[in-house]
Design a binder for this molecule. Sequence first.
Ligand SMILES: [Zn+2]
Length: 244
Amino acid sequence: MVQHVDPEVLALVGLGEDGAASRDDHAHLTDCAVCRTEIDSLAQVASVARADDAGLVAPPPEVWDRVRDELGLAQDDPQPAPVVDLAARRRRPSPLWAAAAASVALVVGVGGGVVWERSRAPEAPTVVDPVAVAEARLEPLPDWPSSAGRAVVEEDPEGNLEVVVTVDDAGAGAGAGYREVWLLAEDLSGMVSLGVLRGSSGTFPVPAGLDLGTYSLIDVSEEPFDGDPTHSGDSVVRGGLAST
Ligand SMILES: [Zn+2]
């Protein structure tokens, strides 16, 4: 495909601004009938304008047709007002041509943006990691002086909460029981079991609707295999949740 001279440069050359064209442009213009025709019709507009004492002239219809094609406008769009006083503006590009060139640049820019957006569209949705919304340092109770731990409440983009509990504990597994994670009301008026802690760390969903403002203590208990689902009363570590 032949690379023609930039339409804005052609417009300036047509208005007598030969300096607007580069050395390469001039070399192209000597050979290219298409660009020469373009310049000639623009030069005709300019010379008519200079000869017109009223200083007003409408460009030939074919010029506006080309502008309309460039801008992708419908054929029934109105022609612009007559070009104003080209003779007086021969040292500067006419506002019409500047506006047309700017509009073409804008259309190309917007089109390029759409293409860029479309090229991005097939990407997989971004996976959003859960965000930590509260945490607790878990302090040992007197019977478990060598234990300590941490709990972090995480919220996913759908608003679901889960607690990640870690217990560092030299005595883990030494007893005859197992560990269970609880949410306790601060005044100990209620408790909710979150599940069995296997090993030193586990992740536990928080039941939807449970108010962590009320059930604000994380507690890990040592539970015997006695078939009793209630808290054994033998807490290993415990700590209050605070917003991060
Ligand atoms: Zn050309």
